[in-house]
Design a protein around this ligand. Structure first.
Ligand SMILES: [Zn+2]
Ligand SMILES: [Zn+2]
Length: 316
């Protein structure tokens, strides 16, 4: 059979390495990598995610998304040294034996290679329980591993960013993550949370911003980017992840996208409009948690509620 070479539709010089079905583009390795970096830079400026002189804390797990984002931000900051931006990697150790240890080393080595300061914060030190313990302590399987872990992780990242004196927290959520989160909240009847998903930075009372520079990029494009850039990420999946409906939704959207290229993009645009209007709704004003004093939807925040259930081993 004759081999079929397709030429890159951007530079029109090199053989294509990637077919972007939803746009029809064929891209060579270089043009593909540049397209991801440009997209991230565009998203950052479109939503004013990072300002001059901002110290940016990147939540780095050791997976492909967060290490790629650290790489892209390092590159963008190096290209614009006059902007005076600083980068610091914060890693959350959930306390999952045999899983987290490998990624902690990957993060440490990669940060050294990129000349990025890195700090580790553990659930155990912040909340008194780690994930392995939580799985034993939880009163029922209805408290899923991913929802406990998600609750702890969001808070841990906030605390970590404050501890390293960051102006901005950047997380590596991609478009697929956002689609899944939207659907999870929709299916759970958790309408208020849908308002948190939109791409505009979330601004904290302290002035700190939370941003997602990869929010408009497909997950498999980031995976391909990490491979092309030879970023050494952890590929082993969390041992507790199969409890999440997220996996089903991920497969569902990928199946749809395969038959209807661009459908994820359309769904994303619709969901973000819904999210935005919900965020601006007056009912979404939060209160203060009576235990930790942080922002909360009810009298006690989800973190304090989870810790209290786990440590007393009774439902409240
Ligand atoms: Zn090219
Ligand atoms: Zn609280």
């Amino acid at each position: 059979m004759r081999q079929h070479f397709v030429i890159c539709s951007k530079c029109e010089k090199t053989t294509s390495a990637f077919h972007r079905a939803y746009s029809g583009e064929h891209l060579c390795r270089k043009c593909f990598m540049r397209s991801i970096e440009d997209k991230a830079a565009k998203t950052i400026s479109k939503y004013s995610m990072i300002g001059y002189g901002d110290r940016v804390a990147v939540a780095v797990s050791g997976g492909k998304d967060s290490l790629s984002m650290l790489y892209v931000l390092r590159m963008l900051f190096d290209q614009h040294p006059n902007n005076g931006n600083e980068l610091v990697a914060v890693t959350i150790d959930e306390g999952i034996k045999g899983y987290r240890d490998e990624s902690l080393q990957i993060v440490k080595d990669f940060c050294a290679q990129l000349r990025v300061e890195s700090k580790v914060f553990s659930y155990k030190s912040l909340f008194g329980v780690d994930m392995d313990e939580s799985m034993v302590l939880r009163p029922s399987e209805k408290m899923s591993s991913c929802s406990m872990c998600g609750t702890f992780r969001r808070r841990a990242i906030d605390i970590a960013a404050e501890a390293v004196d960051a102006d901005v927290i950047a997380t590596a959520h991609n478009m697929d993550d956002q689609l899944q989160t939207f659907m999870i909240n929709l299916l759970a009847g958790d309408i208020e949370r849908i308002g948190w998903i939109c791409p505009e930075p979330v601004q904290y009372a302290t002035g700190m911003k939370k941003v997602k520079p990869f929010i408009e990029i497909y997950e498999y494009e980031i995976a391909f980017y990490a491979l092309q850039r030879e970023i050494p990420f952890q590929s082993e999946e969390c041992p507790y992840m199969n409890e999440s409906i997220r996996t089903d939704l991920r497969e569902f959207f990928n199946r749809l996208e395969k038959d209807h290229p661009g459908i994820k993009h359309n769904a994303y645009n619709s969901m973000m409009k819904i999210s935005k209007s919900l965020r601006n709704a007056p009912a979404s004003k939060g209160k203060k948690c009576s235990i930790c004093g942080r922002g909360s939807m009810g009298d006690v925040c989800s973190v304090c509620r989870t810790v209290s259930v786990l440590t007393s081993n009774t439902q409240i």
